[in-house]
Ligand binder design. Structure first.
Ligand code: GRF
Length: 186
């Protein structure tokens, strides 16, 4: 199978990145990760690039020159899909233009519910009966692009924010790789 070149952008732990990476070993998995990008030098996930010998690019959040250079590297590496996995910055408009329809994200809520930050808090405050996660295409409007896939579970009153987070992240790991398969299925 001809695998597409993909780049994963992170800012934190990188558990989603690691999970996708494990699936790339499968011959039938549609993508390979050719570049890991981080905008947080303290991110735990940065080590994954070293451990698995994957090229790594770091840039500071507001470094426009860094972003331009990154765009150039992504083109040279023929990256055809960017996966945001816990990437905590807004993608600039001109960047989106260059990769229109080719950037996806995972969000810890059942979109269109609870866009933006603090989703676990919002679920508690709202007394939601269900909680979950969503993969979606990235557009100019925050967490509003076309939905690719969702997974959910029933919440219980005694679940605090930490429990909600642990349960959500567990299903995120299945959701992301399944979404990648879905994107390239046809
Ligand atoms: C995930 O819960 C994702 O939904 C959110 O940030 C978290 C990243 O976790 N956008 P990790 O860095 O993949 O462990």
């Amino acid at each position: 199978m001809v695998k597409r070149n993909c780049s994963v952008f992170i800012s934190g732990q990188g558990t989603n990145l690691l999970n996708i990476l494990k699936h790339t070993r499968d011959y039938n998995f549609p993508i390979n990760i050719k570049l890991i990008v981080s905008n947080n030098y303290k991110a735990k996930g940065n080590n994954i690039s070293k451990k698995y010998s994957i090229p790594f690019y770091f840039f500071k959040k507001k470094d426009l020159r860094g972003t331009n250079q990154l765009l150039h590297i992504l083109k040279i590496k023929r990256i055809s899909l960017i996966c945001l996995a816990g990437y905590m910055s807004i993608i600039p408009k001109y960047f989106l233009k260059s990769f229109r329809g080719k950037i996806i994200n995972i969000h810890p809520s059942l979109l269109p519910k609870h866009k933006g930050l603090n989703t676990y808090k919002k679920v508690k405050l709202n007394k939601d009966k269900r909680m979950g996660c969503t993969t979606h295409y990235v557009t100019e409007k925050l967490d509003s692009g076309k939905i690719i896939n969702q997974k959910w579970f029933y919440t219980e009153q005694q679940f605090d924010e930490d429990v909600l987070k642990i349960r959500t992240q567990k299903i995120e790991h299945n959701l992301y790789f399944q979404s990648l398969i879905k994107i390239y299925r046809n």
